[in-house]
Design a protein around this ligand. Structure first.
Ligand SMILES: Cc1ncc(C[n+]2csc(CCOP(=O)(O)OP(=O)(O)O)c2C)c(N)n1
Ligand SMILES: [Mg+2]
Length: 379
């Protein structure tokens, strides 16, 4: 299904009433420093993605999910949050983690699952969780996070907190039971939730036209009784604006919003995928021309917010930070085997105490943990 461009909320490509292009107006609440910050976050996200894919190809990490081309969806929306809001992401929002204040180092530790990884190597790479930033663990089963976010939003409503919950998911996730359950419940009870669907037009090899017969994803909001906003997902300023407005409505007690951010998955679904086997090249080429970083750069140049020196500093510092983080992560050992038994029970049950003792005795007898570093990652 080809979406109609006219339907999209856009800041970077405004249209006058007569359909001619108009002057770009910065949304209220944004200024030069904020725009430059969003640019930096998108560049950092891209550098992290680029390096992480290479690390996977070199066998240094097991798995990765790139978000190349979708940086504006994650950065623009998460940049509109406050530090009291809760984030329930999918695996394709590293930019949201950076925007809410997670460090590149913390994310790279998670990719390695080492002793400094806050999830202690217990999650698949990219399944980040950062308690301090209220960034709740990515779940592999599609749609899981949608109902979790609604539950948190209900708690926020009941406690009268000045905060909202946002959940991210893809076009494929709109076919999950949790999408229906979450949107219906949130609308009925006016839970302050933002449902941000990054419609990248593919769910692995399933194209959008086989995912839904609706004209758009945003139109589904009407049936649930909430606003549905369709936004140019490669326009970071428009995504910021749509999210800020949805957040203001939620805080005012007006309930949830479904935002459809129209974008495209430039890379493979994951490091285990080869999209050239199922996806037309022309579609890729069309969307490569709509790169969200390039589009923001063009605006910033015209508005006097971008110089060659700024670009150099932003790109080089992002590369340096990623390099330093990888270098450090590779010096950190894996989590101690004893941590396999912790964090579940306040008092460890006797059978686990016995298993832990046996494992540690075995390790001691063989002079350390036995790790097969050549074992292939199972995905
Ligand atoms: C319940 C469930 N079914 C199937 C899968 C396998 N799976 C992983 S990602 C994915 C596609 C999801 O597509 P979409 O929601 O559009 O998100 P995108 O990957 O495009 O960001 C599928 C089918 C899964 N993880 N969970
Ligand atoms: Mg998708």
């Amino acid at each position: 299904m080809t979406p109609m461009a006219e339907d999209l909320l856009s800041v970077l490509e405004p249209k006058s009433a007569k359909g001619k292009s108009a002057k770009i107006a910065l949304p209220k609440g944004l200024d030069r420093a904020k725009v430059q910050r969003m640019y930096r976050l998108m560049v950092q996200t891209r550098q992290l993605d680029d390096r992480a894919m290479k690390l996977q190809r070199q066998g240094r990490i097991g798995f990765y999910v790139p978000s190349i081309g979708q940086e504006a969806c994650a950065v623009g929306s998460a940049f509109a949050l406050s530090d009291k809001d809760w984030c329930y992401p999918s695996y394709r929002e590293p930019g949201a983690a950076l925007a809410v204040g997670v460090s590149i180092q913390a994310m790279i530790h998670q990719l390695y699952g080492n002793a400094e990884d806050v999830t202690k190597g217990r999650q698949m790479p990219v399944h980040y969780a950062f308690r301090k930033q209220r960034y709740v663990s990515v779940s592999s089963p599609i749609g899981t996070q949608i109902v979790q976010a609604v539950g948190t939003a209900m708690a926020q409503r009941i406690r009268k907190e000045k905060a909202i919950s946002i959940t991210y998911f893809g076009d494929g996730a709109t076919s999950s039971n949790d999408f229906h359950t979450g949107l219906n419940f949130a609308a009925v009870y006016k839970a302050p939730t933002i449902f941000l669907c990054s419609n990248n037009q593919w769910a692995i090899s399933c194209p959008l036209g086989q995912q839904t017969a609706s004209d758009t994803i945003a139109v589904k909001a009407k049936a649930y009784g909430m606003p549905g906003v369709r936004v140019d997902g490669n326009d970071v300023l428009a995504v910021w604006q749509a999210t800020s407005e949805a957040r203001a409505r939620a805080l005012a007690g007006e309930g949830p919003t479904l935002i459809e951010a129209l974008t495209f998955r430039i890379g493979p679904h994951s490091s285990s995928d080869d999209p050239s086997r199922y996806r037309p090249n022309e579609q890729l080429e069309t969307w490569q021309k709509k790169d969200p970083i390039e589009r923001l750069k063009k605006f910033m140049k015209s508005a006097g917010m971008w110089t060659e020196a700024f670009e150099k500093e932003v790109v080089e510092s992002a590369i340096d930070e990623v390099n330093a983080a990888v270098k450090h992560a590779e010096t950190v050992p894996l989590p101690a085997s004893s941590t396999l038994f912790t964090d579940v029970y306040a008092t460890m049950p006797p059978h686990l105490v016995e298993q832990q003792e046996r494992l540690l005795a075995l390790e001691k007898a063989q002079g350390g943990a036995e790790i097969d570093k050549n074992a292939a990652f199972p995905l």
